[in-house]
Design a protein around this ligand. Structure first.
Ligand code: NAP
Length: 307
């Protein structure tokens, strides 16, 4: 039986992932809170749902890619949510499987798994990494958490959006790994940001800075991302700062729950937090660079020439 797929949350990641699922030939029903975002994919052949409950009634596997833990719980258990729709569903196609691609806390993911179990449905967490580029190209890395049989059932859909696909362990384990990865990448990005600001202020030739640093122990995906943004001068939102901050806060909570001190993460959380309070939440995480450069260091491109 071919799965009929639902997709909820057509943001930066979700819209690209949903399109790849559609391109693989799955019949697709979508829903987005801001309805205009459904138009582009509807033109490609997706059906528009009226709300999450409506999507749950129409499909056999429903995917979500929303914001944080509260957003996921709202879509699942809120009014006109997935659980409401699942109750009204005809059961001839077996239990509804919910695959969540969002980054949330392990705790929230485990709670959603319990809610589905009580409702007779199935749940697989499947947080992703690879950014907007990976979502568009269908090359995401996926770290799932849940039961093996649900993972196997979801696999053809996971393969439509990702390349490296792992079942890490029970519910919560995929989310914990995702938060750890984001924490390491986010600390590295802040390090790159400080280092490159110092290089610019020091008047160093940036092409050689790039060549040397990317062939030294300073190299990282975060450094390369920031260098690429500096070069292009484009800081469009690929990974909004609000999500970067959300993930750091969730990681800190996991550190507390498990008794692991995370002092570097705590400090960097405060730095991203201050950028957020200065209004950068909807901007890309790397937009902190030009902001700090101009607002705090008050220097401009001409300054380099003057040195
Ligand atoms: P985004 O562009 O902000 O999109 C979020 C989507 O979720 C939007 O469609 C939004 O609807 C919807 N949404 C949020 N809260 C909702 C709620 N309470 N009820 C219904 N819909 C809600 O975010 P994104 O970058 O695509 O990220 C989505 C998830 O993937 C996040 O958990 C993020 O941490 C994770 N992630 C992102 C990246 C990345 O590089 N961007 C990489 C890996 C993982 P509206 O359109 O109405 O706002």
């Amino acid at each position: 039986m071919q799965e009929r797929v639902g997709f909820i949350g057509l943001g930066i990641m979700g819209r690209a992932m949903a399109l790849n699922i559609l391109k693989k030939g799955f019949p697709l029903t979508v829903w987005n809170r801001t309805p205009e975002k459904m138009e582009a994919i509807a033109r490609e052949g997706a059906e528009k749902g009226a709300n999450p409950a409506d999507v749950a009634r129409k499909v056999t596997v429903v995917c979500t890619c929303v914001g944080g833990p509260d957003d996921l719980l709202e879509v699942v258990a809120g009014p006109k949510g997935l659980l409401e729709g699942a109750q009204q569903r005809q059961g001839e196609h077996g239990p509804l499987l919910h695959v969540d691609f969002s980054t949330v806390s392990p705790e929230a993911s485990q709670k959603v798994a319990r809610l589905w179990e009580e409702a007779g449905g199935r749940f697989l967490e499947a947080p992703v990494t690879g950014g907007e580029k990976g979502a568009k190209e269908g090359t995401l890395t996926i770290m799932a958490g849940g039961h093996e049989e649900d993972f196997q059932r979801a696999l053809p859909i996971l393969e439509a959006v990702g390349e490296r696909i792992h079942l890490i362990g029970p519910h919560g384990s995929g989310q914990l790994l995702k938060l750890i990865g984001n924490m390491i990448g986010g600390i590295a990005l802040w390090g790159a940001l400080e280092g490159l600001l110092l290089a610019e202020r020091g008047g160093l030739p940036m092409d050689q800075v790039k060549e040397v640093l990317t062939h030294s122990s300073a190299d990282s995906a975060s450094l390369r991302l920031l260098l690429q943004r500096l070069e292009s001068g484009r800081y469009h939102p690929g990974f909004p700062l609000k999500h970067r901050l959300k993930d750091f806060r969730l990681a800190l909570r996991e550190g507390e729950r498990k008794g692991v001190p995370l002092p570097a993460a705590a400090l960097v959380t405060q730095m991203y937090g201050s950028a957020f309070s200065m209004g950068l939440g909807e901007d890309d995480q790397t937009a902190v660079y030009p902001f700090f450069k101009e607002r705090f260091l008050g220097f401009h491109p001409e300054e380099k020439k003057a040195r």
